[in-house]
Design a protein around this ligand. Structure first.
Ligand SMILES: NC(=O)c1ccc[n+]([C@@H]2O[C@H](COP(=O)([O-])OP(=O)(O)OC[C@H]3O[C@@H](n4cnc5c(N)ncnc54)[C@H](O)[C@@H]3O)[C@@H](O)[C@H]2O)c1
Length: 276
């Protein structure tokens, strides 16, 4: 039996992290689109990795549990990479909340119950979560700790309180950060660690949908005007994941790492600051 990595989201960011950390493991590649899971799985198998594609839906607890059960057939789960998600131009408000917010919370909770001693996970949020004004201390605590099945009933997540899909995405990604903090406490009881990476614009199919979507000019301006002056790559996100998931990151858990070429800094204190 090998140790098992669960990869949810057979996209570019997920694959880059799985390639960096998953050699020698059984890698269970879950995605809502079977063709994505199969394509990433084949690319990795052709490069010497040992993967198996699985169709799954992050927004369903039953599907998450099925994925975990399938993964455990191969051995103990010692790594989780959650890079599944939908962006503001890809999905309506309800789907963004169900996948990016609720689904991520369920996955962290359920994997946290079975993760091998000393195991490690990362989930991918977004710089978007850093742009909203601060929530109240009480709202932060609710996002972190309310039982997963009650999350979408919180007043701040009710559809009438959400302006548009970008606002839903920001709330979902802020919730990911808070959830990772609360889960780190539980994962720690198993000697395991869980962290979050908040990328800026990384060239992937999801970002390309944004470039071609209603906020395309906004996104292109964002990477042109950030200190790095360019979008990032999935392999650069994997550099951060490698730190967090390797022994070098042994003292890091419950943290969110922003990797955005400085776009957030410029948004608050530089040329990307919105005009009043
Ligand atoms: N690319 C960027 O610029 C960027 C920036 C910030 C955050 N992110 C986040 O990174 C993560 C990965 O995105 P990516 O850029 O690699 O995109 P991607 O489109 O390459 O991959 C995302 C994958 O998630 C899958 N997916 C969507 N909904 C799902 C569901 N309900 N269940 C299972 N799988 C589902 C998609 O089918 C797709 O294969 C997402 O959470 C995204 O919000 C991306």
């Amino acid at each position: 039996m090998k140790d098992v990595m669960i990869l949810t989201g057979a996209g570019q960011i997920g694959m880059a992290i799985a390639r960096r950390m998953g050699y020698g493991m059984k890698i269970v590649v879950g995605d809502r689109k079977p063709e994505n899971a199969e394509a990433i799985s084949k690319t990795m198998n052709d490069a010497g990795f040992d993967t198996v594609p699985v169709e799954m839906d992050l927004s369903s607890r039953e599907s998450v549990l099925d994925l975990i059960a399938k993964a455990r057939e191969y051995g103990e789960i010692s790594m989780l990479v959650n890079a599944a998600g939908v962006s503001p131009s890809q999905a309506p408000i309800e789907a963004i909340l169900k996948v990016d917010l609720y689904g991520t919370a369920v996955l962290l909770e359920e994997v946290g119950k079975v993760i091998k001693k000393g195991g490690v996970g990362v989930t991918i949020s977004s710089q978007s979560g850093w742009r909203m004004p601060a929530l109240t201390a009480e709202e932060d605590e609710l996002l972190a700790t309310v039982p997963t099945e009650e999350l979408l009933d919180l007043p701040l997540l009710r559809p009438e309180n959400i302006r548009d899909t970008l606002h839903a995405y920001q709330l979902a990604k802020r919730c990911n950060e808070k959830r990772v903090m609360a889960e780190a406490v539980k994962w720690g009881r198993r000697g395991a660690r869980i962290n979050d990476i908040a990328p800026g614009i990384i060239v992937t199919p999801l970002a390309i949908d944004e470039f071609n979507g209603p906020r395309g000019d906004f996104y292109k301006n964002m990477f042109a005007g950030c200190p790095a002056g360019r979008p990032g790559t999935a392999d650069e996100v994997a550099n951060v994941a490698e730190l967090l998931m390797s022994e070098k990151g042994a003292f890091i858990t419950g943290s969110t790492f922003l990797i955005d070429g400085g776009a957030t800094s410029s948004y608050f204190y530089g040329p990307l600051k919105p005009q009043a």
